[in-house]
Design a protein around this ligand. Structure first.
Ligand code: MOS
Length: 750
């Protein structure tokens, strides 16, 4: 039986639940010292004085690194971007749509551009000494006026630098003219708040130098990106840098870039002459390591009286920083969503004295789908048509932006299955018309959507004499199941049981893989693993065919197949040879093969996107405005499902996060000083088990022959998309109140 599709348990599950999985801060390194960041307490200004002397006298303190004494980095890199996740400096052709890393705060000068910016690192012999000393370090600032008012910042809007696939302005047709013909017009404004990532594992780095060689144990979604960044920052050969990360305790985008603390740990280690471990405290996760930016989205829709979209206009303003730009590409989802004869989108930036924002699960698609899918619901009410029907009326049979076919699209099936499993036909459309006792019941739905991304990746496969297989690629497992699904892909390609395959990842000594972001790991690394395993299998077959002692001697390779650890004649499976026997007769040397898998020009010929439909029931207390979500039903077309269990987990995790986005999540900023006030897991609200009811997920059968040889689209991010809108739409259905500002907290309903 094929290993692909099986819902097998995680290969690393036992390690994790028994505490044996080694996370970045847990590597045992001799002579380790402990570094602690000191973060700025003002949003803008210059460091006037730092009282280093008294801190240096504290017990165990080995180093107080400030802008006054910090290692001077090569000039061109000290201020410039570092390109860790794929800047211009790198040659891999397939990585170009990856924007470069943010500029970092590396103590090269006295300027402060945001609150919670790193201003010093204290290194001591124990964690407690380092923390105590860091907390006592007195920094005086010459403050300057900061821009912390989004509405004022909007007066100086900037157009972001366009990136490939991410133009700042797009359009087709003539929106103004189409709008004139529209029987129904809507002009709506949606806002989403700043949000911060809260992976259970905080950012953590251990830096150790050996001469001019640097090893970084780093919590990252991109070991090769961190290597490039470090090599550039220190002006050394990338070969001199090794980055190790076998386990990630959640990433969600915040570990996709290389942030300041990684380089600061390496700088401190160099200066202190010992390995340094630097772990961010939970509170330090709010500021210097990215956040989802604020967005303000204006959606204008024009439709015929039958509900045919004639004009769609989506203008997004998102917040960015003075250090570097980040664009929350909310319009991306709108550009691919519906058939409309005209469309216009724009992305603009409003600059604040905050840390650089960053990717957060479905960056753009989650925030953008809240606006678009809320607006579609508003249009459905305005036209008095069913929300599902409105979407079917405007179904994009072709990729609407480039007018090319989809590689596959099962959205119609998703609407049908989702609606059926939810019982959508029993919905009465009038707001407030469905009740359970005094509780207001609301049913809402939305479309989910996320692009099917892919980049170049390398892998190797080795068959050992005992028949075990080791497959290697420098990718990552963020808790997503990479270890497990890659073993399945390799087992399937090789013809061995999945239990015989070990997958190694998370090390720059392994064949290079791209950033594990953009839901692209399976679609990028999977083909490389498949090809390497196939190549190793073919080598083994060739060895057997040339071996006079083999039952298969002299056969044609095309007539031989492999399964369950055997090579056998397709026409006569009893004629066979054990893989272990082939290897041992050939001298017992492991059989290895490498592969590099790259995308061809498929993306030019086909629109590649995963779609889904999400249906939500909310119960609203009419007096208190509290919202419960007893059930969510969703259906997705994500191509080949490699592992039903881990795929289901990814989609469910995304849905749960979508619920949090809809109802709870918000970084509460004190805008007088630009600092998060709920910077901890107690005050930053995310859903817990008690907030979650039934979640019913269907993965529809979807065959995609174009996307990659596995036919897999990636599932890391689509689950969050559409959920917040479906909740908002259900809340409107329950209460008649349209909330266009996330999160939908009780105060907005009463
Ligand atoms: Mo994901 S936000 O692209 O790591």
């Amino acid at each position: 039986m094929s290993a692909i599709g099986q819902g097998i348990n995680r290969a690393d599950g036992r390690l994790k639940v028994t505490g044996q999985a080694t996370y970045s801060a847990e590597h045992k390194i001799p002579h380790l010292a402990y570094g602690m960041l000191v973060l700025s307490t003002v949003p803008k200004g210059r460091i006037a004085a730092i009282d280093v002397a008294s801190i240096k006298r504290m017990p165990g303190v080995m180093l107080v690194m400030t802008h006054q004494n910090a290692l001077k980095l090569p000039k061109q890199n000290a201020e410039g971007k570092t390109g860790g996740s794929g800047g211009k400096e790198q040659s891999k052709p397939n990585q170009k749509q990856q924007p470069p890393n943010p500029k970092m705060s590396l103590l090269q000068d006295d300027r402060v551009e945001y609150n919670a910016q790193p201003v010093a690192v204290v290194v001591a012999d124990t964690f407690e000494h380092a923390r105590d000393a860091a907390r006592r370090l007195q920094v005086r600032y010459a403050t300057q006026p900061a821009q912390l008012d989004f509405q004022k910042a909007k007066l100086k809007l900037r157009r972001p630098e366009p990136q490939p696939e991410r133009p700042s302005d797009t359009g087709r047709g003539n929106v103004a003219r189409s709008m004139e013909r529209a029987a129904q017009k809507l002009d709506l404004l949606y806002t989403t708040p700043m949000e911060n990532h809260n992976p259970l594992e905080p950012h953590a780095t251990i830096a150790a130098w050996d001469g001019d060689g640097l090893t970084l144990y780093d919590a990252t979604q991109n070991v090769s990106g961190v290597r490039r960044t470090a090599a550039q920052a220190f002006g050394i050969d990338p070969e001199k840098v090794r980055v190790v990360c076998p386990f990630v305790g959640g990433g969600f985008g915040c570990k996709g870039s290389t942030w300041s603390h990684v380089m600061l740990a390496a700088m401190a280690s160099r200066m202190a002459g010992v390995p340094v471990k630097l772990v961010l405290e939970r509170t330090q996760m709010y500021g210097p390591v990215g956040a989802r930016p604020l967005t303000e989205q204006r959606l204008r829709l024009g439709a015929s009286s039958e509900g045919k979209l004639l004009a769609v206009s989506h203008d997004t303003v998102s917040s960015t920083s003075f250090v570097d730009d980040f664009v929350e590409p909310c319009t991306a989802v709108t550009r691919k969503a519906y058939a409309s004869e005209s469309l216009q989108t724009s992305q603009r930036l409003a600059t604040l004295n905050v840390g650089v924002p960053t990717y957060m699960r479905a960056p753009g698609e989650s925030s953008g789908s809240f606006a678009l899918e809320s607006a579609m619901d508003e249009l459905a009410y305005a036209l008095k048509v069913d929300p599902v029907q409105l979407r079917l009326t405007n179904y994009a049979e072709k990729e609407p932006e480039k007018d090319i076919p989809w590689s596959s699209k099962s959205l119609r099936e998703c609407y049908r299955i989702g609606a059926e499993r939810f019982g959508w036909a029993r919905r009465t459309p009038a707001p407030g018309s469905m009740r359970a006792g005094r509780t207001l019941v609301g049913w809402g739905m939305a479309t989910a959507s996320y692009p099917a991304n892919r980049k170049g990746a390398k892998a190797s496969a080795t068959i050992d004499a005992d028949g075990s297989v080791v497959v290697r690629s420098g990718t990552h497992d963020l808790g997503t199941g990479t270890y497990t699904v890659m073993a399945q892909i390799a087992a399937d390609a090789l013809g061995v049981d999945v239990s015989r395959v070990r997958f190694e990842l998370g090390d720059t000594r392994l064949p290079e893989a791209p950033v594990s972001g953009g839901s692209q790991t399976v679609a990028s690394v999977g083909p490389a693993v498949h090809q390497a395993a196939r190549a190793a299998r073919d080598k083994l077959i060739a060895t057997a065919l040339g071996d006079s002692a083999s039952n298969l001697h002299g056969m044609n390779a095309n007539d031989v197949d492999a399964a369950n650890g055997w090579l056998f004649a397709k026409a006569d499976p009893a004629r066979r040879d054990a893989m272990t026997a082939v290897v041992s007769r050939a001298g017992g040397q492991p059989v290895s093969a490498d592969a590099e898998a790259n995308q061809g020009d498929e993306k030019k010929r086909y629109g590649m996107q995963a779609f889904g439909a999400v249906f939500v029931e909310v119960h609203v207390d009419p007096d208190l405005g509290t919202i419960r979500v007893p059930r969510i039903v969703a259906a997705y077309g994500v191509g080949t499902v490699i592992n039903r269990k881990t795929t289901h987990s990814q989609l469910m995790g995304g849905i749960v996060w979508g619920l949090g986005m809809g109802l709870m999540e918000k970084t509460e900023m004190d805008w007088r000083v630009g600092r998060a006030v709920n910077a901890n897991l107690a005050d930053y609200h995310v859903p817990v088990n008690a907030d979650i009811g039934s979640i019913d997920i269907t993965m529809v059968d979807e065959h995609d022959p174009y996307i990659n040889e596995l036919g897999a689209k990636g599932v890391g991010e689509i689950g969050i998309t559409g959920v917040a809108a479906a909740i908002a739409n259900a809340v409107y259905h329950a209460t008649g109140k349209r909330i266009r500002d996330l999160p939908i907290t009780p105060d907005k309903l009463i």
